[in-house]
Design a protein around this ligand. Structure first.
Ligand SMILES: [Zn+2]
Length: 226
């Protein structure tokens, strides 16, 4: 099995028992960032320059059996908000138009999709997620957060649209400048959709996995680290 080329030791993903890059402090920070205790975290794939988690790696199958397609999940609130503002400018529609017109971009985006699947396969991807990546890949763009998280986790040149999003975020947000808050631990778990943001990784009904709160028959994959 090839080693993951994440921004952390491959050993971090070898087994649940080995988490040199996922400390208790990281878990507390991610819980504060998300507003609830995270589940299924395996590692931190990208960090802010201050050291706080920026992108986390989540198991493709949560403890309760829920398939979770979004391997790389953006957790820093400032980044999430900045990407959300970009989404509101219509950038996804432009990317989709670009994909329709540009064969080279389509091919590069397909490679990004394959990379995503290959990364997840190393974490033990369940059959429900066969061929399903996230964010709309490989044919569409449905969530810029997913693409940015992929680019931050894997570095430039892997996800062409994630790279373009990172460029478009400047000067609003950039990975070499800390915009972290003082993360307060969540007072208590906040289940359900109370958290206003989403990182939609659904693309098609065939991609279906249940939502965290639904045991079977959901019409789209789980959207959140819960
Ligand atoms: Zn920071």
């Amino acid at each position: 099995m090839p080693h993951l080329e994440l921004g952390l030791p491959a050993a971090a993903l070898d087994a649940d028992r080995t988490r040199p890059e996922l400390t208790d402090s990281d878990l507390q920070t991610v819980a504060a960032q998300l507003g609830r205790p995270p589940r299924g975290l395996v590692a931190v794939a990208a960090r802010c320059v201050c050291g706080a988690p920026l992108v986390v790696v989540t198991k493709p199958l949560l403890e309760d059996g829920t398939p979770f397609p979004t391997v790389f999940y953006l957790t820093q609130p400032a980044a999430i908000s900045a990407v959300g503002r970009l989404e509101s400018t219509g950038l996804m529609a432009r990317f989709n138009a670009d994909l329709a017109e540009d064969q080279g971009l389509r091919e590069a985006y397909l490679e990004a999709h394959r990379d995503y699947l290959a990364q997840r396969a190393q974490l033990g991807s369940p059959p429900q997620l066969d061929g399903v990546s996230a964010g709309g890949m490989p044919r569409r763009v449905k969530c810029l957060h997913v693409l940015v998280a992929h680019s931050l986790a894997r570095g430039p040149g892997v996800n062409p649209l994630g790279d373009l999003v990172l460029a478009a975020l400047v000067p609003d947000w950039r990975p070499d400048q800390c915009q972290c808050e003082h993360y307060e631990p969540p007072v208590k778990a906040a289940p359900g959709p109370a958290n206003g943001r989403r990182q939609d990784s659904a693309e098609q009904p065939a991609a279906a996995g249940p939502r965290p709160e639904v045991s079977t028959g959901g019409d789209r994959p789980a959207e959140r680290v819960v």
